[in-house]
Design a protein around this ligand. Structure first.
Ligand SMILES: Nc1nc2c(c(=O)[nH]1)N[C@H]1C(S)=C(S)[C@@H](COP(=O)(O)OP(=O)(O)OC[C@H]3O[C@@H](n4cnc5c(=O)[nH]c(N)nc54)[C@H](O)[C@@H]3O)O[C@H]1N2
Ligand SMILES: Nc1nc2c(c(=O)[nH]1)N[C@H]1C(S)=C(S)[C@@H](COP(=O)(O)OP(=O)(O)OC[C@H]3O[C@@H](n4cnc5c(=O)[nH]c(N)nc54)[C@H](O)[C@@H]3O)O[C@H]1N2
Ligand code: SF4
Ligand SMILES: [Mo]
Length: 726
């Protein structure tokens, strides 16, 4: 086989969805990966994580074969690379038969809803994320998983205002004169936006960052506002107060395209700069100044990211922030507006891919109950204790996710996973913290080893990801796994035999122009291939030689056809139809004497959630950050803590062993640490030991960033993590 280059797409959970060119040598081995230079957003470079991707693909730690827990070995955390003691290799045949038999037995004994799938965005490929797997669980009658862990709150919030998850085109940021990065760690989480911001700044644009943490992005900004965590709704309402009071809003746009302005004006009246300053930790004059700059600079764009919605008041925060460009009419200008996500632009045919109708053909004969993934701990330990709950969970099937590390209230999650009467399957690339608790572990492919199609939540290109290399060992894709299982369970529907190519055609709806989304018109696997792997969505405006401006004019896909400052739909659900500030249950405002510090358990710049945390090259990039607690010097001093000291960070849910880093990344009253693998952390737990299963105000999202803790210098005997008793 001669050397060749293949177009793939980075499928990790990241807004950028980079086009990747993979060089394959004569032996079929990938030797090089680089960003596709012809992709208008990737622009020829990859982030530090994926530039080193071949270290992951060819890691000696890859899971290569199906494995089974050895008889009599109890479930629980294993030392890193310690799985050989607890697990033994089996064939795929035996693995699939065991799973099919056990799932059938669980369904027969307790009802199919006692089976719970658990997946998130290990891969963002359209097929790998959700297609054959959904068909399988729907046909089985398994519980449905409400995928709330990341973006649902923000998505619901944006849709409540605009009706659709669209935002300012990434490439248009180069035209902005003012860019506000609101809870957006662009350098760490969204690096392909940065060159457009740099271009805008070369032309005189200003960058303002609103983040309680001094990220690299914040350090590079013209103005960093280190807001108190969870107070963003107050700031946005305060900005609207000033914009309205000072008549810095676009009356014509408001009149023509929005509804509820009068009620909004009444609501924001209370949010004076002085009041908002008392909540956010800002100065009143800075709130005035920010509002004036935002109201008078055009084009002005807000890059808001999901960090802002991981708290009790997160839905209201996104709603209020999203209203700002509607008030100023910023959407009218190329380079103005707001971007949270662009994912709503991709009209994949999910009905055909996921087949929710198959629930009616399941033994249940009705839609299955829905379990919120943000409360996995309770779902495994408490669900089923009341008659109306439905059955207790007796089988858990994990893929595309590492819940032992990423789900909140880790102590309870691990207690649930340790149940001997729970049958757990984990489909993974590596022996993660979750695999430690599995009965059966199955090896999964990376994006170099399977074919898929993908959109993005940070740009507007559809891409084909070709298979670049053969899977190592016996690794198999998600589509293959659930197709095999469907057939072994004897499901008669032909859709369980669909090939990957069939399903890519279904996603794009190439065979049915009537059902095809207009922005996907003419995009086929062949056209994608001919275009070198990536094609821009077919926006009507651009076909007419105009610019794509998502919300420059209506009608809008909301109930009223207008941008909704005031939402009747939310009111009908008993919720506040207008945004308001409410203090988080765990925060400085709710005054918990025992736990006076606000804790930010953040994402690492060089991992993707828990992914990459086990790769030495990535650990090196994070060196000095892994087990670190960022503290303000004043908070350290009063506790007798010096830079580098071992500390215990604790609350009622547990105690985490970290090392203090007293460096000014956070303001007084806030401490921060990063997400990683439990078993690679000093005390065997990560930051989610301290987070709570409390849900936020919209869409059932988690509250990762509303957590209070206390910190003390550790004594030798106290310095190990503990928890799970509460
Ligand atoms: N390097 C890297 N890239 C990633 C990921 C990763 O783990 N690592 N994760 C991926 C995933 S899953 C997602 S969802 C995306 C998007 O992820 P984002 O939502 O952008 O990421 P976060 O880091 O959660 O939050 C962004 C910023 O919000 C700040 N923040 C926290 N609380 C508050 C608050 O109350 N107010 C304000 N104003 N800011 C706050 C945090 O300090 C952080 O710097 O990123 C993706 N990209
Ligand atoms: N404290 C704290 N907790 C958080 C967050 C935070 O910021 N702070 N962020 C939250 C957010 S935004 C999110 S999105 C979640 C993310 O939670 P998860 O989606 O669980 O993310 P990862 O930890 O990246 O785990 C993904 C796993 O999928 C595996 N995988 C990759 N590709 C495939 C594949 O093709 N098939 C299979 N079967 N497996 C594959 C990877 O090896 C990896 O172990 O975490 C949430 N948890
Ligand atoms: S993780 Fe994000 S920035 Fe890095 S290569 Fe993948 S898509 Fe691009
Ligand atoms: Mo996420």
């Amino acid at each position: 086989m001669p050397a060749k280059t293949v177009h793939a797409v980075c499928s990790h959970d990241c807004p950028d969805s980079c086009g990747v060119l993979v060089t394959i040598d004569e032996t079929g081995r990938a030797t090089r990966m680089r960003g596709d230079p012809s992709h208008p957003v990737t622009r020829g470079f990859l982030c530090g994580k994926v530039a080193k991707y071949l270290d992951r693909v060819y890691s000696p730690d890859r899971l290569l074969y199906p494995m089974r827990r050895r008889a009599g070995v109890p479930k629980g955390s294993l030392p890193h690379r310690g799985e050989a003691e607890a697990f033994e290799r089996i064939s795929w045949d035996e693995a699939l038969d065991t799973i099919a038999t056990r799932l059938a037995a669980v369904a027969a004994a307790h009802g199919p809803e006692s089976i719970l799938p658990y997946s998130y965005a290990g891969t963002m490929g359209v097929l790998g994320y959700g297609s054959m797997d959904r068909r399988f669980f729907h046909r089985l009658g398994a519980s449905q998983l409400d995928r709330t862990i990341c973006a649902q709150t923000g998505g619901e919030a944006l849709k409540s205002v605009y009706g659709r998850k669209l935002g300012t085109d990434t490439e248009a940021f180069r035209h902005a004169r003012l860019i506000i990065a609101w809870a957006a760690n662009i350098h760490g989480n969204n690096i392909h936006l940065w060159p457009f911001i740099e271009e805008a700044r070369r032309n005189g644009a200003k960058l303002i960052v609103i983040d309680p943490f001094a990220t690299r992005t914040a350090r590079a900004a013209d103005w960093h506002i280190a807001i108190n965590p969870g107070t963003d709704s107050a700031l946005a309402l305060g900005l609207m107060h000033v914009l309205i009071r000072s008549r810095l809003y676009d009356g014509e746009y408001v009149e023509q395209w929005t509804q509820g302005f009068g009620k909004l004006r009444e609501r924001v009246a209370a949010y004076t700069p002085e009041y908002v300053a008392s909540l956010t930790g800002m100065l009143p004059e800075d709130i005035e100044r920010l509002a004036r700059e935002y109201g008078t600079t055009k084009p002005a764009v807000i890059r808001v990211n999901y960090g802002v919605q991981r708290s009790d008041n997160g839905g209201a925060a996104v709603r209020a922030i999203a209203m700002l460009p509607a008030l100023t009419g910023a959407w009218k200008h190329l380079g103005g507006g707001l971007q949270l996500s662009t994912s709503g632009a991709f009209g994949w045919d999910s009905e055909v891919l996921e087949r929710p109708d198959l629930m009616l053909a399941s033994p249940l004969g009705r839609p299955a109950r829905v379990v919120n993934m943000a409360v996995l701990g309770n779902a495994l330990t408490e669900l089923g204790s009341k008659a109306e709950d439905g059955p207790r969970v007796h089988a858990l099937f994990v893929y595309n996710s590492n819940p032992a590390a990423i789900a909140p209230d880790q102590g309870t999650v691990l207690r649930g996973l340790a149940r001997q009467d729970l049958f757990t399957v984990v489909h993974e690339q590596f022996f993660t913290d979750t695999a430690d608790y599995a009965d059966i572990v199955l090896p999964a492919t990376t994006f170099l080893e399977h074919k898929d199609v993908q959109g993005a939540y940070g740009h507007y290109y559809v891409q084909l990801s070709e298979q670049a290399i053969e899977p190592p060992g016996q690794a198999r894709s998600n589509v293959w796994l659930f197709s095999q299982l469907g057939q072994r369970m004897g499901f008669p529907e032909p859709c369980f035999r669909d090939t990957v190519d069939d399903m890519i055609a279904q996603a794009l709806r190439v065979d049915d122009a009537d059902r095809q989304d207009p922005w996907l018109a003419g995009i086929t696997p062949e056209s994608l291939h001919a275009a070198g792997g990536a094609q821009r969505l077919q926006f009507a405006a651009e076909r007419h030689g105009e610019k794509f401006l998502p919300f420059a004019e209506g009608p809008f896909p909301t109930p009223s056809g207008r941008i909704e400052f005031y939402s009747e739909a939310l009111a009908a659900q008993g919720m506040d139809p207008l945004p308001a500030f409410h203090a988080a249950a765990e925060s400085r405002h709710t005054g918990s004497g025992a736990y006076p510090l606000e804790f930010l358990p953040r994402k690492a710049d060089n991992y993707t959630n828990s992914t990459f945390a086990n790769i030495p090259a990535h650990q090196e990039l994070e060196s000095g950050h892994g087990d670190v607690l960022e503290m303000h010097p004043d908070d350290a001093r009063v506790r007798g803590i010096a830079d580098g000291d071992a500390v215990d960070v604790f609350n009622a849910r547990g105690s985490l062993a970290l090392r203090a880093h007293v460096n000014g990344s956070v303001r007084r009253g806030v401490v921060a640490a990063r997400l990683g693998w439990n078993k690679l952390s000093a005390g065997g737990h990560n930051v989610n030991l301290l987070t709570s299963q409390r849900l936020n105000d919209l869409g059932g999202g988690p509250t990762f960033y509303s957590v209070v803790v206390e910190v003390r210098k550790s004594t030798a005997s106290s310095h190990e993590s503990s928890g799970g008793a509460v």
